[in-house]
Ligand binder design. Structure first.
Ligand code: 8YV
Length: 324
């Protein structure tokens, strides 16, 4: 008998076939308490789950007493209660490598579009406002050779540093939990404390996971330390930035602009003041959203689940201590 798994995100056909070869798959719309109660038997039998974006907490895990592996189609796993998984011996798998370059591309797109006001001026062209040669009210600010500050030097931070330093001649400053030798040797990246990073960066690019320590790490006090010409880029997780404080800083011109792919609440509510600010580029969490990368993430997640449920985990595991 094949192990039973719950699939809560659609997969490309070939990957769905691969999943079916290994498991008895039940598709559910979402991993919610409501679904867990409506489909109690199916949840009770599930050995594995695969999908993305649903919140998986202790109460939901209690509906799946046979669960041995969770495979998320994402690098971030802040929607999982990892302690609760550990207590129940559930291994958590994620897709940390395949999306690195694509997310770094998204961050660079935010850097360029917010500095050069790409979205705003393109909208003005479409609105028929380009009637004579443009003047300073259409100008942006330079990107090349400006100081790139990276908060969080993981795989994505490193790929961003590569683009910024080798592509745009930008000096790299960074703050992270520890020194990153590769960033320092490849890009001459300078490690600094958070205050220095805030004070000196022309672009403050946040590439941090959401944890108890990073929640609202950038708030009113930190924004006040940034240059009035600085641009904040966030493509990690929304709640790392105190969004109310950011809105205030953008309205008061404490900083020049923001390029945001992530928000405290997603989808971003249509009533958000961010949508009214011309100095904001807001994207719908497209960090990894290319056809190639989303395929690669789904493929890795399927392989991760197969490895986890056959006891052959070699990589991509968040809580390897569970395996021991
Ligand atoms: C996800 C992301 O794919 O991987 C992550 O952590 O933020 C995105 O790339 C998205 O959250 C949903 O699939």
């Amino acid at each position: 008998m094949k192990p039973e798994v719950l699939l809560y995100k659609s997969l490309p056909d070939d990957l769905r076939t691969r999943l079916d070869e290994h498991f008895t798959v039940t598709v559910i719309s979402d991993l919610t308490m409501e679904n867990a109660e409506k489909q109690a038997d199916i949840f009770a039998r599930a050995k594995g789950i695969i999908g993305s974006s649903s919140k998986v907490d202790a109460a939901l895990l209690d509906k799946m007493p046979k669960l041995r592996a969770a495979s998320t189609i994402s690098v971030g796993y802040d929607n999982f209660d990892v302690d609760a998984l550990n207590q129940r011996g559930v291994v958590l798998m994620h897709t940390p490598t395949v999306l690195t370059e694509t997310v770094a591309d998204t961050m660079m797109a935010l850097v360029l579009s917010s500095a050069r006001r790409v979205v705003e001026v393109a909208e003005r062209v479409k609105a028929g406002e380009w009637r004579s040669s443009i003047g300073p009210d259409w100008f942006g600010i330079d990107v090349h050779h400006k100081k790139m500050g990276i908060l969080g030097m993981g795989r994505i931070g490193l790929a961003l540093a590569q683009r910024a330093h080798h592509g745009f001649g930008m000096p790299i400053l960074y703050n992270a939990r520890k020194h990153h030798e590769e960033a320092e040797s490849r890009f001459n990246a300078q490690y600094c404390d958070l205050d220095t990073l805030l004070r000196e960066s022309d672009f403050l690019c946040i590439s941090l996971p959401l944890t108890g320590q990073t929640h609202h790490m950038i708030g009113r006090e930190q924004l006040a330390k940034m240059k009035p010409s600085a641009i904040l880029i966030n493509a990690g997780r929304g709640p790392v930035v105190d969004e109310a404080a950011l809105i205030e800083a953008l309205q008061n011109h404490t900083i020049y602009a923001a390029g945001l792919d992530v928000f405290e609440q997603e989808p971003l509510p249509v009533t958000s003041p961010l949508l009214k600010l011309p100095n904001v580029v807001a994207l719908p969490h497209i960090g990894s959203a290319t056809h190639e990368t989303r395929y690669g993430m789904a493929r890795d997640a399927v392989d991760n689940l197969i490895a986890a449920l056959s006891g052959k985990v070699e990589k991509n595991c968040v809580n390897p201590q569970v395996l021991r």
